[in-house]
Design a protein around this ligand. Structure first.
Ligand code: PLP
Length: 462
């Protein structure tokens, strides 16, 4: 099982090396050279299995011979042991043929735990075996950072530095990043927005002297291991609604395109997915692009669904790679054009994208209104990200195909917006009820590569 870069100029790597590397050295993203197939019988046999066993069967073919079956089963078991729902990703019904996939029962209350907890355990086993240590740098619009810190805190062979946009994450998100006491996790509040954070992390990866010096590794959604971990719940939910005998569609609240791209992989593996609906907030660059208007950067406008406030959606590069029939040269060209503002998508690639993806957007007012109306209709209290998706799903779904809408965060992560919409103050789960009393530890930092790199060099533990 080999992994290749979307830009075609980086070495082919095994799963483990692609995971430890993160961003490819040509600036591209690693993708499987061939997407493994699951037969109808193999998919049907997932019915009724535990989430962990489903995860094993769905991800195993992607790993090649990097981990033994026994190692991998142990990794999966440890990754999901900290979730507080036995089903891990329970499915709830909102309306006839409309279902909500709750992905917020992990330790930091967002779907990112599914991938991050797994990657923490994968890194641990791989690094111990190699006798190596790494420095993980990541950018976050709020949820990735806390999920990464939670997954890696206390591990002996890893330091984690997380850049988040100062003043642009919710208080719960900030506290989840600034309160872990473990010395190997470090929160950096950057003077800038999420795109700045993401750009500085990319710059660090492209500074090879720094990259090699600190043994930089990335666990942002560009990391292929994260994408693959997210493929699992597409299978578990679809199978519980009758796949492979019945088609299903998904609506995914989207920012960096990692989650919805995992749905694409599930579909390519053989899961009968009809539509993948990309739901955006007012930062709707993906919706505009998928509607045929090209990909043109604007300014990010802060919203009540901050984890989707984005202009440069990294994983979209992977979608383009497949839409352009794996033409890495074409992708590299588009990414070059993106540096000066944007690009047009070719007609053939638009055609390919439209075979899989649909899209829609929700304004701030529509998001608030959906939180309120869904509470009245089904009793479900949505977080703003889930609400964006529920609104878009309601517009896009077809009555005969079950729609599964992904609820990516717990409402208690975004209490201000939820309260404004519903009048209810969503309580934090018991295990983090004292979050607001814990001490915070954070370094504010300029939007400057040199400053960030020297801070990291100075603060690596050991
Ligand atoms: C990260 C995140 C998203 C967006 O997911 P992508 O994989 O970046 O598209 C949506 N909702 C929440 C709550 C998130 O944390």
């Amino acid at each position: 099982m080999k992994y290749v870069s979307t830009r075609g100029l980086a070495p082919e790597l095994s799963f483990e090396d692609a995971m430890l590397t993160g961003l490819a050295r040509d600036g591209g993203l690693y993708v499987p050279a061939e997407i493994p197939q699951m037969s109808q019988a193999e998919i049907a046999a997932l019915a009724g299995l535990s989430y962990e066993e489903t995860a094993f069967r769905v991800m195993r073919p992607f790993l090649g011979d990097c981990f033994t079956d026994e190692e991998f089963r142990g990794i999966i078991a440890r990754a999901y042991a900290g979730f507080d729902h036995r089903a891990r990703a329970p499915l709830k019904q909102l309306a006839p043929n409309h279902f909500l996939l709750e992905l917020f029962h992990g330790p930091t209350l967002a779907f990112k735990d599914f991938a991050m907890q797994l990657i923490g355990q994968l890194f641990q086993v791989a690094l111990e075996r190699r006798g190596e240590r790494v420095t993980i740098a990541g950018a976050t619009s709020g949820d990735t950072g806390s999920a990464a810190m939670e997954a890696f805190r206390g591990l002996s062979n890893v330091d984690v530095f997380i850049l988040y946009p100062h003043g642009r994450v919710s208080e719960v998100q900030r506290r989840q990043m600034t309160t872990p006491a473990d010395k190997n996790v470090h929160a950096l509040a950057l003077d800038g927005d999420f795109d700045d954070c993401q750009a500085r992390v990319k710059d660090m990866f492209n500074d090879f002297e720094f990259r090699d010096g600190v043994k930089l590794a990335g666990v942002n959604s560009i990391n292929i291991a994260r994408v693959l971990a997210q493929v699992v719940y597409y299978f578990s939910s679809a199978v519980s609604l009758g796949a492979p005998a019945r088609e299903v569609s998904f609506t995914v609240p989207t920012g960096n395109f990692g989650d919805v791209f995992a749905g694409y992989i599930a579909k390519q593996m053989g899961l009968p997915v009809k539509d993948l609906v990309v739901a955006t907030n007012q930062n709707d660059i993906l919706h505009r692009c998928l509607s045929g208007a090209g990909y043109h950067k604007g300014d990010t406008v802060p919203s009540i669904s901050p984890s989707m406030d984005i202009q440069v959606s990294s994983n979209f590069e992977r979608a383009l790679y497949f839409a352009y029939n794996k033409d890495a040269g074409a992708v590299a060209q588009l990414m070059e054009e993106l540096k000066s503002g944007g690009f047009e998508v070719s007609q053939g690639a638009m055609q390919a994208l439209s075979e899989t993806y649909k899209s829609g957007r929700a304004s701030e007012a529509e998001t608030l209104e959906t939180i309120k109306s869904e509470l009245a209709a089904s009793g479900e209290l949505l977080c703003p990200h889930g609400a964006v998706a529920v609104k878009v799903a309601a517009e896009q779904r077809e009555s005969e195909v079950p729609m599964i809408t992904l609820a990516t965060a717990h409402p208690a992560k975004f209490p201000a917006a939820v309260k404004e919409a519903s009048g209810l103050h969503p309580a934090l789960p018991e295990r983090m009820a004292d979050l607001f009393e814990r001490d915070e530890r954070v370094s504010q930092i300029a939007n400057d590569l040199g400053a960030i790199e020297s801070h990291i060099r100075k603060n690596i533990t050991e």
